[in-house]
Design a binder for this molecule. Structure first.
Ligand SMILES: [Zn+2]
Ligand SMILES: [Zn+2]
Length: 268
């Protein structure tokens, strides 16, 4: 035997906390890159495949306003409904690692790019599930309506981006664990220097579908009206400025008919 010091045993928290393994969920990281996505591409901020006979969604909130190009200058927008903006479009063929609801293969998310006075202000997303073949069987909307130039809050407008989805194993943030688990696991996860060995690097912060929410603040899971804890559907964060908003998180319940959904956002 040589006189070398043996390597310290590996201290993978997933070994220290065997229960940890059960928390792994599959996420599809969407990795947006600025580009020119087409209407039949999965995209962030790109054009949506939209039936010509279906009205484009408008936000009817009162009191729209924007900072526009001057952060110090709050500019009210003429009252009235404003068209929403495309945020995310995902075709099932581009995210093979994620199960779409039965019979659906296209997900679309839009939101309002202006700021509201009521209910904490931001985005008010809407979610659509479709079947690509059904949309393609009819006429398509050539161009979605836009409000006049300069009125959008650019912070809330995703730059048109193509996606490079890849499947990754995703773990929750420490704050997303039940308090009981945190209490009993914490001593086992304390490193020699007093820090935590929780695998922070296995929690993916970024725009993704599936996996765990990329909360920047406390966890805040919605329940559906049927009393079920909803499932994390997608997170939009990191790749887009949302004012001082940390991220937008969309949840849904697959156990209830009609796929009820809800959303949350948090701030830095
Ligand atoms: Zn609005
Ligand atoms: Zn439910």
């Amino acid at each position: 035997m040589s006189g070398t010091t043996p390597e310290p045993p590996a201290r993978d928290p997933r070994t220290l906390i065997p229960e940890c393994a059960g928390l792994a969920r599959e996420a599809v990281l969407l990795a947006p890159e600025p580009g020119e996505p087409g209407m039949r591409d999965s995209s962030l901020g790109g054009g949506l495949l939209w039936p010509a006979d279906e009205p484009w969604p408008y936000c009817a909130e009162e009191d729209h306003w924007t900072y526009g190009s001057d952060p110090g200058n709050r500019t009210p927008i003429v009252p009235g409904a404003v068209p929403m903006v495309p945020v995310l479009q995902l075709f099932a063929r581009d995210v093979p690692g994620w199960d779409f609801p039965e019979g659906k293969d296209l997900l679309q998310l839009v939101w309002c790019a202006l700021i509201h006075d009521g209910h904490d202000g931001l985005v008010t997303p809407r979610l659509y599930w479709r079947t690509e073949a059904e949309v393609m069987a009819g006429a398509l909307l050539a161009e979605h309506p836009g409000v006049s130039e300069g009125e959008y809050d650019e912070d809330n407008m995703p730059q048109p981006s193509t996606l490079s989805p890849r499947v990754a194993r995703d773990y929750p943030r420490w704050i997303d664990l039940p308090a009981k688990a945190r209490e009993s696991w914490e001593p086992r996860l304390r490193s020699d220097s007093g820090g935590s060995l929780w695998p922070a690097d296995s929690h993916h912060v970024g725009t993704k579908i599936g996996g765990w929410p990329a909360w920047t603040q406390s966890a805040d899971w919605p329940d559906c009206d049927g009393g079920h804890r909803m499932e994390h559907l997608l997170t939009v964060t990191g790749d887009i400025q949302l004012g001082d908003c940390g991220g937008v998180y969309v949840f849904h319940c697959r156990r209830c008919p009609g796929l009820p959904w809800d959303w949350r956002f948090d701030c830095y």
